[in-house]
Write a protein that binds this ligand. Structure first.
Ligand code: BGC
Length: 551
């Protein structure tokens, strides 16, 4: 059955029980190229995802976010869209997508898709029209600007992928803006026509039955129309949460090329469209090394813009000591008490956190428990539940243009994008019968899904148990948050919802530490994996205590 209904809302949306389902949801990110290949071309596809939905359902997550599968020349592996309303043939067809939604909904899994509204591919017909028809209706659909009198770009804005953010076009005799690759020209959202066209894309997919969107680079939607230079940052304020430290992008305070106040009005228009669909949701990606949490607060407060944002607080290299985590969570409470975060440790853009923070197996578990105890929703990246480490991809096999440009100081994003190991006794881990687009990491095979299915004490079993436990405690998904105590080696959170408090005390170190329990009539949660007991005097290395008390 095709879920598309033209003049009415999809059935599942009408039936959606809880319009607030996204608050505290656990969302599983699928990078489709590397999840499961069904036609042996070495590239994952939508049918492959359908085939593996059982694994996701068994994990107990609420939703999936699928990275872009739209038509694309794949210069940035799908984040360069040339047709927003069709599936790239390498991933399948619109029919496959309909089947995916139908099967996911049967399994109780919501489906979020990844909309890249800030830029298109240079092969998108809109860009070709804008570039070639100087007097056409789409002449200002992208950000065109004259050269300075000396022929250099209009201002000092830089591309995240290196070099100037401006590319010269000899046909128009103007520069165009691109925050990423030169083949990803930036759409001009100051144009109401561009906004309307993008909102039509949003409607197209909602009508097709999606439950919401991950919005790529949401704070890049607008640029300063006066094209003012960004100020330089003092060297001590540069940090590399967004672009690696090999890139002077981090030397600027990005006041004018992104983070513009004009975005709020557009986000309200976007939300109004979403609100036509009762349970649709949105999570915006906020990349800003200076004021990520403040922007999250702006975009998610008031209930009239996006539902959730995620930023790079825990996607960065900075090791998440108890103190650092407490600082981030407390700052979020201060600046965004009515906002909603979506926390993530790993995704398709950063080194897998197991390697980035050099976590042992018990440390991974403790940090997973901590993630499940934060106030907000959670994004897990495919393979995180298996405990995958960053793969080494040699230069000859590198695909990511970002890595190719900055090799060897920065190796790009391929190491977190290698195929998922499904079975152990197969060179390609059961991912594909063909040559995978990125090599299967041999050390991942011993963490294959089928193998871990047999390991009651394994990482997969732990994630399943932790997600299941979170689902039994509404305070963990929806409650308020108080940081009761912290130091570099530990953190204690109290989550409160209705008449229940849930305590989460975590030892984030290799040594046993005294267990300090805040005042209250606490009862140990015996169904929480690896929980200590309230009567214990110490937490073992990397151990947690989960307990409940009346509020
Ligand atoms: C996506 C990246 C992509 C970039 C440009 C991001 O933040 O997650 O994978 O390269 O946007 O679209």
């Amino acid at each position: 059955m095709n879920v598309l209904m033209t003049d009415q809302q999809p059935q599942h949306a009408v039936l959606a029980a809880d319009p607030d389902w996204w608050r505290g949801a656990v969302i599983y990110q699928i990078y489709p190229r590397s999840f499961q290949d069904s036609n042996n071309d070495g590239i994952g596809d939508l049918s492959g995802i359908i085939h593996r939905l059982g694994h996701i359902a068994d994990l107990g997550v609420d939703a999936i976010w699928i990275s872009p599968f739209f038509k694309s020349p794949m210069k940035d592996f799908g984040y360069d869209v040339s047709d927003y309303r069709d599936v790239d043939p390498m991933f399948g067809s619109l029919g496959d997508f309909d089947a995916l939604i139908e099967r996911a909904h049967e399994l109780g899994i919501k489906v979020l898709i990844d909309l890249v509204l800030s830029h298109t591919s240079d092969e998108h017909p809109w860009f070709k029209d804008s570039r070639d028809n100087h007097d056409g209706a789409r002449r200002d659909w992208y950000v065109w600007a004259d050269a300075k009198p000396d022929g250099t770009p209009p201002n000092n804005w830089l591309s995240i992928f290196g070099g100037s953010a401006w590319e010269w076009d000899g046909g128009r005799m103007q520069y165009y803006l691109h925050n990423f690759l030169t083949s990803q020209p930036d759409l001009n959202l100051h144009s109401p026509d561009v906004q309307d066209a993008l909102l039509d894309v949003v409607r197209f997919w909602l009508n097709r039955g999606v439950d919401g969107f991950r919005l790529d680079t949401i704070n890049f939607y607008f640029h300063d129309d006066k094209l003012r230079d960004n100020p330089a940052l003092p060297p001590e304020d540069r940090n590399d949460t967004i672009a690696p430290s090999v890139n002077p992008y981090n030397w600027q305070d990005h006041l004018h090329d992104k983070n513009r106040p004009e975005n709020l009005a557009f986000l309200k228009r976007f939300r109004a469209v979403l609100d036509e669909f009762p349970a649709a949701t949105s999570v915006g990606e906020v990349g800003d090394a200076q004021r990520g949490l403040e922007i999250q607060a702006e975009y998610t407060s008031g209930g009239d813009k996006v539902h959730m944002c995620y930023d790079f607080a825990f996607l960065s290299n900075a090791y998440p000591t108890g103190t650092r985590v407490a600082n981030v969570l407390e700052k979020f409470e201060r600046v965004a008490s009515d906002g909603w975060a979506c926390w993530a440790y790993s995704n398709h853009d950063v080194v897998r956190h197991t390697s980035r923070w050099n976590l042992s197996d018990p440390a991974q578990r403790a940090y997973a428990a901590l993630l499940m105890a934060m106030r907000g929703s959670v994004c897990l990246y495919q393979g995180e539940e298996l405990g995958l480490t960053e793969a080494y991809v040699p230069f000859e096999e590198l695909q990511d243009p970002y890595g190719i440009r900055f090799w060897p100081k920065f190796k790009g994003r391929d190491g977190c994008r290698t195929p998922i190991p499904w079975v152990q006794d197969n060179r390609n881990g059961g991912f594909s019968g063909g040559k995978p687009w990125l090599p299967m990491a041999m050390e991942h095979l011993e963490k294959a899904v089928a193998k871990q299915e047999q390991e009651p004490e394994g990482m997969l079993a732990f994630y399943r148990a932790m997600i299941a436990f979170r689902a039994t405690q509404p305070a963990l998904s929806k409650g308020t948050l108080q940081v009761a105590a912290h130091d570099d080696n530990s953190i204690t959170l109290i989550r409160t919802h209705d008449d229940t408090r849930v305590l989460c005390a975590l030892n984030l170190s290799d040594d046993a530490i005294p267990l300090m329990i805040p005042e209250g009539d606490w009862t140990t949660c015996t169904d929480a994996p690896f929980s200590a007991d309230t009567t214990d005097t110490h937490l073992a290395p990397w151990q947690a205590l989960f307990a409940t008390a009346p509020a």
